[in-house]
Design a protein around this ligand. Structure first.
Ligand SMILES: Cc1cc2nc3c(=O)[nH]c(=O)nc-3n(C[C@H](O)[C@H](O)[C@H](O)COP(=O)(O)OP(=O)(O)OC[C@H]3O[C@@H](n4cnc5c(N)ncnc54)[C@H](O)[C@@H]3O)c2cc1C
Length: 413
């Protein structure tokens, strides 16, 4: 039977990074990656719209963890040992320069995810990591001091340690279950909201730099709140504020079959009273001006016209022709439009699953299983996920790096 020091199950971001880190920390160690499909790093390839949002420019670990709806508490210690600054340094040391964009997202300067794939494949080759494609691991057995891995094609392999980096695939998670782990049910995270509302009709492409959103979900005891940029799409709403809400309310939205009530302040932090005051001042100072031509707020002309239409005003109406109720209605819609979320839309740039192996069963100093010593877990196989912006890959880099150091140390001992 072939024997290895570390077998990594899964050739994704976490699997590659962990295999390389172990082989680099303990040169000469026998490290093998087993990948079920014919290709490795497929999610890296399509990530970030083909540019791969490798990490986020947030080097303050206390702030960094607030971007993880699940895993906040556990990741604090882990990020003390390997955080985005270390990711940037790691890729620089392996010949890849990362750049930061205005919103903090970090990409390779080439703007191509292939750069990251080439880097990881090259580093794996150089450090002596072996790789087998089209090799699905079907079963893992634990003996006293070893693991026996059974593959679908009938091979049996022996390894001292195993790193389970199978992502969100249910088959991979079952391997953890069979070794004694509890699984938290998977539900989607990072999605857009499907909303049909007359106010949004014909406004696809309209963006807002800073909205405040409050989401009332029947299955949740408390409302969810987020602020940030937002975009009207053909199907409803998207943008960072929506994606953050979808992540933090992922479980409750799933339980409520994606039916919820969303209240949006399009002009955050402007309050209703201040908005009404501005409109009343305009009415006093410019009674003859058409309301449609005199928009005192930051929103686009198209959105302003839609607001007026929904508040019952015609395009020709002047300020003098508006009633107090009209102005109240405009101010109310601007600072608190109530919309019905009717479903979950897609977000093609990034998608993750909430759920996976229960966090309390992992020793986060080593990423080692507490129920099956010698088994390490990293990446999306765990019940950890981040909001959009490079946080999900950072979780994969950090977890697999910690696991690799622990394995390398044990091999040395
Ligand atoms: C479209 C899209 C875009 C994304 N963009 C970004 C982004 O820009 N930034 C970001 O931070 N995150 C992004 N993400 C999320 C990110 O891709 C994941 O969080 C990350 O890839 C998880 O890495 P992983 O190694 O844990 O799992 P995966 O990348 O899913 O890798 C798991 C691997 O294990 C293999 N496998 C599973 N079971 C077995 C088995 N039994 N035997 C052998 N092999 C097995 C699978 O085939 C797969 O190759 C994106 C996700 C998607 C879907």
């Amino acid at each position: 039977m072939e024997e290895f020091d570390l077998i990594v199950v899964g050739g994704g971001a976490a699997g590659f990074f962990g295999a390389i880190a172990c082989a680099e920390a303990r040169p000469g160690s026998r490290v093998l990656i087993l990948e079920a499909t014919p290709r490795v790093l497929t999610k890296v390839k399509i990530s970030g719209g083909g540019r791969c949002n490798v990490t986020h420019h947030q080097f303050d670990t206390k702030r960094l963890v607030t971007s993880y709806p699940r895993g906040q508490k556990e990741l604090i210690g882990a990020f003390h040992r390997f955080q985005p600054r270390d990711t940037v340094a790691w890729f620089a040391a392996h010949g890849v320069e990362l750049k930061v964009e205005e919103d903090g997202r970090m990409f390779p300067v080439t703007n191509s995810s292939q750069t990251i794939i080439d880097c990881l494949e090259g580093a794996a080759r150089q450090s002596g990591v072996s790789l087998r494609l089209k090799t699905l691991v079907q079963k893992i057995e634990k003996t006293d001091d070893h693991f026996i891995l059974h593959t679908k094609d009938g091979a049996t392999l022996r390894s001292r340690f195993v790193l389970l980096a199978t992502g969100s695939m249910p088959f991979g998670q079952n391997l953890a279950r069979e070794l004694g782990h509890r699984l938290v049910d998977p539900v989607p995270s990072l999605f857009t909201f499907e909303i049909k509302d007359p106010l949004l009709e014909g406004l696809s492409g309209t963006s807002f730099p800073r909205v405040h959103m409050q989401l009332k979900v029947p299955a949740a005891a408390q409302d969810f709140q987020q602020e940030g940029p937002c975009l009207i799409t053909h199907w409803g709403l998207s943008g960072p504020a929506v994606l953050k809400l979808s992540a933090f309310a992922a479980r409750e939205l799933f339980a409520s079959e994606y039916q919820a009530q969303l209240t949006v302040n399009w002009e955050h932090p402007l309050k209703y009273e201040a908005a009404l005051q501005q409109l009343e001042t305009l009415r006093q100072q410019h009674p003859k001006k058409k309301v449609s031509n005199e928009n005192p707020f930051h929103c686009t002309r198209r959105f302003w016209e839609a607001l007026l239409r929904e508040s019952g005003l015609t395009a020709q109406q002047t300020y003098a022709e508006t009633s107090k109720k009209h102005l109240q209605d405009i101010a109310r819609r601007l600072t608190g439009t109530v919309l019905s979320v009717a479903g979950k839309g897609v977000f093609k740039d990034e998608f993750v699953t909430a759920g996976g192996v229960a966090r309390e069963e992992i020793d986060f100093r080593r990423m080692e299983s507490k129920v099956c010593p010698g088994l390490f877990l990293a990446g999306e196989v765990l019940d950890i996920d981040g909001i959009t912006g490079g946080f999900n890959f950072q979780n994969a880099w950090t977890g697999s790096w910690l696991a690799a150091q622990a394995v390398a140390q044990s091999l040395g001992g």
